[in-house]
Design a protein around this ligand. Structure first.
Ligand code: PMP
Length: 458
């Protein structure tokens, strides 16, 4: 399975007494902390890994070094060199992958704006002209939900499992309701549970007998290369070696491109676009990604991949919005990352910084909440978050207690559409930004708040 959930089983003999928990909380408050576990931001040390981007200067970026004048207008679809690197990672044919702007969320926003105003290919009418609902695996990403809310798209929650959404439920709902026109998916290390969609989930989504002819999968692969385990590191180095061999033979085709055999001869896991085409729904998926958590979160590059028909639909709209993207930044990224192997090596350096943080979160939760009935949490193998379920009815109170003690958490309910967590139990922990000692203080404090909230309810 993608994530292992650790469950608090029996209360240990050393269960904290009520007085002890109250005293711990009073002591916590007295410390006057100011800590923040709210958003999944790279730490300064992670950002430092990409300082080299800023050293790529005029000699390389100017027309003489780059072979073309990227300082000027043009090139709406983005720089082919950079798109080739991410075509492999996102499993989209390079000619169907756009590199545009600095934010994949902005590209999701644009996709929905155009869908609401004009409809997507295959729509009878604009999505905004009739009831449109979107399936939302929960817990999920609050900014996806905020987009739906903004555009008046109804949200229907679907339970999230370790290998993706509950597909029986997705199939049942989508087949019965032609108003359901989309589903949000974060297929790799989902925000916040860390779930990784399995091949069968992907196949069922591609084959989904949706009642809406213009049904879309919004496949937000924000954490496609953000592994926390060595398994992928070894894989990465292996591929790096083979990439060099391929380079020597002058082969620059991305290994994931259709019709190519990946290094090592193993069959490539099919991308969602290929799966959709195979199941007779070539225009079903939009794929998103970005370098926000690879290079600089505010100054990276975003990607959108889809079928030729969808890409043409989108670039048609995009060409009214912009004359072209920041190709200099794209070129810097292409030079800095070099190729998919270079990208993987870079992500291994992120992993070295991130892994101790996730290990620490796991240790504190196990030590402090391991004996609390109803407390469970994810042990993600990648991505940026840990999803903590506290006993039913305790999430809001926990977040409030933490705020009073100077520990900011993502608001309870944020991981559900309309901010409504029906069991008031889910809390998203973002451990990447704080320094390790701060993270430890914040996690110990959070555990005290969970115990006190549970105590108040018992
Ligand atoms: N998708 C997911 C699932 C995310 O977690 C985030 C960042 N928290 C984003 C998209 C935002 O990506 P970008 O910076 O490319 O807009």
């Amino acid at each position: 399975t993608a994530t292992t959930r650790t469950t608090g089983a029996a209360r240990p003999a050393a269960a904290a007494t009520a007085e002890r928990v109250r005293a711990d909380y009073a002591a916590l408050k007295a410390r006057g902390l100011a800590l923040d576990l709210t958003r999944g931001k790279p730490s300064p040390a992670q950002l430092d890994l990409s300082t080299g981007l800023l050293d790529i200067g005029a000699a390389e970026l100017g027309p003489a070094g780059a072979g073309a004048d990227h300082r000027n207008y043009g090139g709406l679809t983005g720089l082919p060199e950079l798109r080739a690197i991410f075509a492999e990672v996102l499993r989209v044919p390079v000619e169907q992958l756009l590199a545009v702007g600095n934010s994949s969320l902005a590209l999701m926003h644009d996709t929905l704006v155009h869908a609401v105003l004009f409809g997507v290919p295959g729509s009878a009418r604009p999505w905004g002209a009739e009831r449109t609902a979107v399936l939302c695996p929960v817990p999920g990403y609050d900014r996806h939900f905020a987009l739906c809310e903004k555009f008046g798209l109804e949200m229907i929650p679907v339970p999230m499992r370790d290998d993706g959404p509950d597909m029986d439920e997705v199939e049942r709902l989508a087949a019965a309701d032609p108003g359901i026109r989309a589903i949000w998916c974060v297929p790799t290390y989902s925000n916040p549970t860390g779930a990784v969609y399995g091949p069968e989930t992907a196949r069922r989504l591609a084959a989904l007998p949706a009642a809406a002819p213009d049904f879309r999968i919004l496949w937000d692969d924000a954490y496609a290369v953000h592994h926390l385990t060595d398994e992928h590191g070894e894989h990465g180095e292996h591929e790096q070696h083979e990439q060099h061999e391929r380079d020597e033979h002058g082969d620059h085709t991305p290994p994931g491109a259709p019709g190519t055999t990946p290094p090592g001869g193993a069959a490539p896991a099919p991308g969602i676009l290929a799966l959709c085409a195979e199941h007779g729904h070539p225009d079903r998926a939009f794929v998103y990604g970005s370098t926000s958590k690879i290079t600089f979160a505010g100054a990276g590059v975003a990607f959108l991949g889809s079928s030729p028909t969808n890409v043409e639909w989108l670039t048609g709209h995009l060409s009214r919005r912009t004359i072209g993207p920041d190709k200099l930044n794209q070129l810097r990224h292409a030079r800095f990352l070099r190729d998919a192997a270079g990208l993987r090596a870079h992500m291994a350096r992120h992993r070295a910084l991130l892994r101790p943080r996730f290990d620490l979160v796991e240790r504190v939760l196990r030590e402090r909440l391991g004996g609390l009935d109803g407390a469970t949490w994810s042990r993600p193998r990648g991505g940026y978050f840990v999803s903590l379920d506290v006993p039913d009815g305790c999430a809001r109170r926990t977040v409030e207690l933490a705020a009073e003690a100077g520990i900011r958490l993502t608001p309870a309910g944020a991981t559900f559409p309309y901010g409504r967590d029906p069991r008031d139990r889910n809390i998203r922990i973002a451990p990447t930004y704080p320094a390790l000692d701060e993270l430890e203080t914040a996690m110990e404090g959070l555990a005290v708040c969970v115990l006190l909230a549970a105590l108040e309810r018992s």
